[in-house]
Design a protein around this ligand. Structure first.
Ligand SMILES: [Zn+2]
Length: 65
């Protein structure tokens, strides 16, 4: 399996990837714990710049049914 590059993860996070590429990245993240861990690191980095409140709300929000 070919792992995702850092660039791919960054572009995915920034939603800069074309839809086809995005789906490929998503599928890999579901299948690969290594890349998922790297992605979660990136997510944290990404959210550091934003308000804590917003991040917390995002993390603790439960889907309404
Ligand atoms: Zn991988």
């Amino acid at each position: 399996m070919k792992h995702l590059t850092r660039q791919q993860l960054e572009d995915y996070l920034a939603q800069k990837l074309p839809e086809v590429e995005e789906e490929r990245v998503e599928e890999h993240l579901y299948a690969c714990d290594d890349c998922l861990a790297r992605y979660m690191d990136k997510v944290q980095e990404h959210h550091e710049g934003e308000s804590h409140e917003k991040t917390l709300a995002w993390l603790t929000s439960s889907p309404s049914q």
